[in-house]
Design a protein around this ligand. Structure first.
Ligand SMILES: *Cc1c(COP(=O)(O)O)cnc(C)c1O
Length: 379
């Protein structure tokens, strides 16, 4: 038996008719970039998140780039972010000429270490913070908002992995994407809400920021051929919007299944006596984790690599998120970071492994993965 890390075809089989009908409607209508289908999806997305506005763009990386630009962050400004994320979380800073200030992560959640953030805020002038709700687990926004107020910094939420997850702010449960002045989402095919190609969105409650992003995604022109500012070409295609609108209806159902899968992994780890670090599923009364990825951690690199190659031999797909922290990337050399600067993230790169998770994953497949992890650990 093989178990893929991710499989888009199982989901398509269950949605085929509905999706083909929508694609046909877009192609027959002939309006293929932005237009009414994109607006419909933007409205549905904003409604789902509880926000005033959503702007469809070409991908999640552009969404971040445009959000940073819309906030007026420019050359020389410093922006704090986590060193343990996908590349786009940091490149949106440097693409705008600003300087990334990396921080280490919490060893349990893999999210931004807020104590480290506070230390930097006390000593350096920082323009903004980009927290990432990594693997689908929401960042502790209560404490982040306290820091925001105290140090007067802007926040851009990177929700590429977290659509549907929630945070509790002053007794109010809010969706991630609705916690900061501006937020971004990716609809990359493997994300919890995925298109069949690249797509993304910028989310905000602020009318001024909304208008800015709408202009920036179209070359900085609100009237065609009259450019108020220099933007980029980053528009959402109607086909993707139409498909995403269908899929959005199922998102909560899929998320519930992801949480169920996380519980099932936990059950088998306990049953088989597998002693590793895994994300514990807790009842908090709100959905703090949507399990975009299911990441476990081993004692050391040797063990992780042993399990990884054993699972590969057994036809089980795994991945390492992320094998190299952002502060150690060659392209960021100029910022002067070095090995050892962020030991928790560096250790996570060497000892974590992402296991198969997607809503259509079956319980017998999860059992097989766990059994093979146990076999690998006993080798
Ligand atoms: C996927 C991802 C992005 C980028 O999204 P794309 O749509 O692939 O450009 C940004 N940040 C994080 C954390 C991501 O996981």
């Amino acid at each position: 038996m093989g178990v893929p890390l991710f499989d888009l075809t199982r989901q398509y089989n269950s949605l085929r008719e509905e999706i083909l009908k929508e694609i046909d409607s877009v192609l027959s209508d002939g309006h293929v970039i932005l237009g009414p289908k994109v607006e419909e999806f933007e409205n549905e997305l904003a409604k789902y998140l509880g926000t005033n506005y959503a702007v469809g763009v070409a991908n999640g990386s552009d969404a971040l780039y445009l959000a940073v630009q819309a906030l007026g962050i420019e050359k020389g400004d410093k922006v704090i972010t986590t060193t343990y994320s996908f590349f786009a979380t940091a490149s949106c800073i440097t693409r705008n000429g600003a300087i990334p200030v990396f921080v280490d992560i919490d060893p349990e959640t893999y999210n931004l270490d807020l104590n480290a953030v506070e230390k930097i805020l006390k000593t350096e002038k920082i323009s903004a913070i980009i927290p990432v709700h990594l693997f689908g687990q929401s960042v502790d926004f209560n404490n982040l908002l306290l820091l925001k107020e105290k140090f007067n910094v802007k926040i851009i939420e990177d929700c590429a992995q977290s659509i549907g997850s929630e945070s509790k702010i002053a007794e109010k449960v809010l969706k991630t994407g609705n916690l900061a002045e501006i937020s971004t989402i990716s609809f990359f095919p493997t994300k919890n809400l995925g298109a069949y190609g690249d797509a993304g969105a910028v989310i905000t409650n602020d009318e001024v920021l909304y208008k800015k992003v709408k202009i920036l995604r179209q070359h900085g022109a609100s009237t065609k051929y009259y450019h108020e500012t220099v933007g980029i070409n980053s528009r959402l295609d109607a086909v993707h919007a139409a498909i995403l609108k269908i899929k959005l209806k199922y998102l909560d159902f899929w998320i519930e299944r992801r949480i169920e899968i996380a519980k099932t992994y936990q059950r088998f780890f306990e049953k088989f006596g597998i002693n590793i670090q895994y994300p514990k599923v807790e009842e908090k009364g709100y959905r703090y984790h949507v399990f975009h990825q299911y990441v476990v951690q081993f004692d050391d690199e040797k063990t992780r690599d042993k399990v990884e190659s054993h699972l590969k031999e057994k036809g089980i797909g795994t991945a390492i998120y992320y094998p190299k922290s952002l502060h150690l990337q060659k392209c960021f050399e100029e910022y002067g970071y070095k090995e050892g600067d962020f030991p928790i993230a560096e250790k996570a790169s060497k000892t974590t492994l992402a296991l198969p998770i997607f809503p259509e994953l079956r319980d017998d497949e999860i059992e097989y993965v766990c059994r093979e992890i146990k076999n690998a650990l006993e080798l």
